[in-house]
Design a protein around this ligand. Sequence first.
Ligand SMILES: Nc1ncnc2c1ncn2[C@@H]1O[C@H](COP(=O)(O)OP(=O)(O)OP(=O)(O)O)[C@@H](O)[C@H]1O
Ligand SMILES: CC(C)(CO)[C@@H](O)C(=O)[O-]
Ligand code: BAL
Length: 287
Amino acid sequence: MGALHDGHLSLMRQAASENSRVFVSIYVNPTQFGPTEDLDSYPKTWETDMQQLEALDAELQQGGKGRIEAVFAPTTKVMYPTLPPDSTLPGVGSFVTITPLAHLLEGASRPVFMRGVATVCTKLFNVVEPERVYFGQKDIQQTAVIKRMVRDLHINTEVRVGPTSREADGLAMSSRNVYLGERRRKTGIVLWQSLRAAEAAYSMGRCDRDEILAMERAGFEVDYISLADPETLEEINHVDESRGAILSGAIIMLSLEATKEGEKLGREHDTNRVRLIDNIILQPRNQ
Ligand SMILES: Nc1ncnc2c1ncn2[C@@H]1O[C@H](COP(=O)(O)OP(=O)(O)OP(=O)(O)O)[C@@H](O)[C@H]1O
Ligand SMILES: CC(C)(CO)[C@@H](O)C(=O)[O-]
Ligand code: BAL
């Protein structure tokens, strides 16, 4: 979908090491974005994408087996030649649906996502007729859906899956990472750390879901974090040092998804949502 990063380039390198002619497709496919998703704001970096592809092709010329033969960047009218792309459910148009795979994992939160992916990949495969197609493990459900589609619909191509390219701290590269900004970028690493903790449990011989997923996992939602005037409790942007302020917050500890054997639970084995509140008084100070 463009906004190329090293993860995309690694797939192209893999393709060039296994084939002589590599076709790169760049197309932000509307039917895999739900009506409230980020289709309009999806990052578009065509110029730098082309510079990266030229640099990669020059690198491939030095020694690799294959070269970048072409970039296929169709318009939506080409990809959806009759009816306009519809990303609502049930949707009007010609779609490829691969169920039940499409309804699981990402599909549970993004109901049209996998239908759009299967549909646009069918179109791309029909246009290019590739001997092999390359997808990244990062989008693992996508790889499962496409493998199933290729098998069930007798599509004459081989699906190859490349490893996930990561940033130095482990965060999976993604075009959407540009949305994060510094603070969320730092905190986002918690997903990879949690997956690694679960993997460690498996490496230590654990096989039961509860043992693998239990970790020290406890979800919470922040209800509010407040900085307020000590008397009116109105939110303030600046602390008047002669008055001080009240710093307070509430979080909701979510229900536990799974419990461990012998784990100390709440009263009467309580695992329901718990609201926690706390505060600190920022005392007035002499000026
Ligand atoms: N970090 C990565 N490592 C390897 N392959 C990747 C990585 N990120 C994406 N890919 C693969 O590149 C292909 C194109 O993906 P896409 O254009 O959606 O990029 P993306 O970075 O995954 O974007 P998004 O932020 O929308 O998920 C897909 O097969 C995807 O799995
Ligand atoms: C598979 C895909 C090309 C379909 O638009 C897209 O979902 C992607 O790039 O991962
Ligand atoms: N990287 C998969 C495409 C999507 O999230 O829409």
